[in-house]
Design a binder for this molecule. Structure first.
Ligand code: ADP
Ligand code: MG
Length: 324
């Protein structure tokens, strides 16, 4: 490790407000020493962001810091886990003090919000790339998985869909850009769904793709009511301003655009009231959008019962942008 790298670690990453009791040894030794409660399972995930692929080259350092942690907290949320620690492997083209300070401020603001302590990492030279590993706890055996949905279960999504995707298409829409740059992981919602949801996933690649993973894992299919997909007022207003064909875009983006980091989850009929109540209590908007069925494949229907066929042209852009 060069003196330069040591200075970066010391200055930007080792000094942080968070000091958890379950961190016996954090940054500074050869490895971290961490305590897992006896009644918990440890849940781990890791995601890499590469400049120009997972975020546009002009993305601010603060947004990159936020997003690198947020996408991982979103994965923990989809498992029903409470986040506790993170490690950070960062490859930097240069020792840019202003960039590093901004990156750290974005990362640590979100870390602080959820009580996550950065406990180690690696710092190297090269084209900009950021890898975060996040660690969380769930009560033993309670992690939400993808493979346990059953026919008849209702399909829900949190929040609204399509905002981040529309931001990629329409520059200069500040509220949409905020959604793309500063995704808010559904950490509390994920934990509230433990014991209620039969399956859960976070929406990083688009609803059709991510719900598809739940269906493949469980060997099922689904019907989605496309007119009920939740779209934000900002999304609708921006589409109107753009003068685009509203019907096709207002369906195509919520179905297929990624980067919203909402949760998609399934709930057995008998637990739907309880699940809706839990999320309402947390102030998390939730919308029932369809139902799990035994026949494989996703069927999209309009309010009048007509079949809706997702237009390839409407969302091809996003499949090219998907590099997970
Ligand atoms: P080693 O050479 O023993 O692998 P490093 O020089 O890679 O040690 O790291 C020294 C310490 O700093 C370790 O505790 C490591 O986890 C931590 N560290 C290195 N880079 C980062 C980073 N980007 N964020 C947080 N901790 C880091
Ligand atoms: Mg090392």
């Amino acid at each position: 490790m060069s003196a330069d790298e040591f200075e970066i670690i010391e200055r930007y990453f080792a000094r942080q407000a968070m000091s958890r009791e379950d961190v016996l040894l954090g940054i500074g030794d050869d490895a971290a020493v961490l305590q897992v409660p006896a009644d918990s399972d440890l849940v781990l995930c890791m995601d890499t962001l590469v400049a120009g692929i997972h975020f546009p080259q002009h993305t601010s350092a603060r947004a990159i810091g936020h997003k690198a942690l947020a996408v991982n907290l979103s994965d923990l949320a989809a498992m029903g886990a409470a986040p506790v620690w993170a490690t950070l492997s960062i490859t930097l083209p240069e020792n840019d003090a202003a960039w590093l300070a901004e990156f750290a401020s974005g990362f640590f603001a979100l870390a602080k919000q959820y009580g996550v302590q950065l406990v180690g990492g690696d710092t190297t030279r090269g084209p900009l790339s950021v890898t975060v590993q996040a660690h969380g706890f769930v009560p033993q055996g309670m992690a939400l998985q993808r493979d346990s949905a059953q026919p008849g279960d209702r399909i829900y999504v949190t929040g609204s869909l399509g905002d981040a995707g529309l931001a990629l298409l329409m520059q200069g829409e500040a509220a949409l850009q905020e959604r793309l740059d500063y995704p808010q992981p559904r950490v509390e919602a994920g934990q509230a769904l433990r014991g209620l949801a039969s399956a859960a996933i976070d929406i990083s690649d688009g609803l059709l793709a991510d719900l598809g993973h739940i269906l493949e894992a469980g060997g099922q299919g689904a019907t989605i009511r496309v007119d009920e997909l939740p779209r934000s007022p900002t999304f609708m207003a921006a589409l109107e301003r753009a003068g685009e064909d509203r019907t096709s875009w207002s369906h195509a983006l919520p179905l297929s655009a990624g980067d919203d980091y909402e949760l998609c989850f399934t709930v057995p009929e008998s637990r739907c009231v309880a699940a809706e109540k839990e999320l309402q209590h947390l102030g998390v908007p939730v919308t029932a959008i369809g139902i799990i069925e035994p026949e494989p494949g996703i069927r999209c229907v309009r309010a009048d019962g007509a079949v809706y066929r997702p237009q390839a042209a409407g969302y091809r852009h996003f499949s090219e942008d998907s590099h997970d």
